[in-house]
Design a protein around this ligand. Structure first.
Ligand code: GLU
Length: 308
């Protein structure tokens, strides 16, 4: 499907409540909001509280409050992944019934000890030990996607990123048979995000380029589950002076609401947009209205091209 065929734009921001919003997540929130609103689309919020051990109590509320204080008002009700287990289970059953998913008995150590294990984009690539059945005497721990499904041309996934252009990944070699349900019983991000994007009717995914390498896995699952393939736009990722991605792990500071006009302006500049300087003296709503009208995807491309 090309962008001209898309009738309706439905975008989303999907934060994990592992801490308060920081400048890096503001970039993803603002970029997805502006791209949706510039195209008269809907902008939805989904709280990705799937990995419960990593979620911080109160973080989801704090994120939603901060979005509102910044003037980033969402459409429709907020989806919470913690309520969605049966939808993920259904998808896993569907994948398993067509051999696109299989149970796996391997431990992490067995995988890293295997002579067949190679390094992929996200670490060790699963050597496929349980692809054709669990070895006798072992029991299933996790569930994996089969990236070498007989009879399908699945190995190479290609897509056109709306900013970064043509992307291509050899799924089997670079991602391997990735996890869909973990040994601790939790569903994996890759499966949940695909099921939820489809269920929320999302058409455009605008998010940080740190997730670019996940997109082929998600497109593959969309294909296997019979969901439409979405359009993707990956934004530059904010880093700290040490060159690390801003995140909870790198101790990114929470964004301070009292500095919201200034931080919104900084986020716009980071995204390659050129707001007039005096806009910083206006309320958040005015800044956002200017940014919606003047949103320019090409400017994001330029910023990446200069390596900023
Ligand atoms: N929950 C993911 C994160 O916070 C984002 C997922 C996505 O946008 O697809 O990094």
């Amino acid at each position: 499907m090309t962008s001209t065929q898309v009738q309706e734009y439905r975008g989303r921001f999907a934060p994990s409540p592992t801490g308060p919003l920081h400048f890096g997540s503001l970039i993803a929130a603002l970029g997805s909001f502006l791209d949706a609103k510039h195209h008269q689309g809907a902008w939805l919020v989904r709280i990705e509280d799937l990995d419960t051990p990593r979620c911080i109590p109160g973080a989801a509320d704090a994120i939603l409050r901060t979005l509102e204080e910044y003037g980033l008002h969402w459409d429709e009700s907020v989806m919470f992944q913690s309520n969605r287990n049966s939808a993920y289970e259904d998808a896993l059953i569907q994948l398993t019934s067509k051999a696109a998913a299989y149970p796996c008995a391997c431990t992490r150590k067995e995988i890293s000890d295997s002579a067949l294990t190679g390094m992929g984009i996200d670490g060790p690539v699963y050597p496929g030990t349980c692809r054709n059945g669990i070895p006798a005497g072992k029991t299933a721990r996790a569930w994996r996607a089969n990236t070498d499904l007989p009879g399908t041309q699945t190995q190479r996934i290609e897509f056109e990123d709306l900013v970064l252009g043509k992307q291509s990944q050899d799924l089997e070699k670079e991602s391997g048979d990735f996890i869909l349900k973990r040994a601790d019983g939790l569903f994996a991000y890759q499966l949940a995000v695909v099921v939820d994007d489809a269920s929320q009717g999302i058409t455009h995914v605008v998010r940080g380029a740190d997730l670019l390498a996940s997109t082929p896995r998600q497109i593959y699952l969309q294909q296997q589950l019979g969901f439409p393939t979405l359009l993707y736009l990956h934004l530059p990722v904010a880093k700290n002076p040490a060159g690390e991605k801003l995140s909870k792990q790198t101790l990114a500071p929470a964004i301070d609401v009292s500095r919201s006009p200034l931080l919104l302006m900084e986020a716009l500049v980071f995204l390659g947009q050129t707001p007039p300087k005096d806009l910083a003296t206006y309320p958040n709503e005015d800044i956002l209205n200017w940014a919606i009208t003047n949103w320019d995807r090409e400017a994001i491309t330029n910023q990446l091209a200069t390596g900023n």
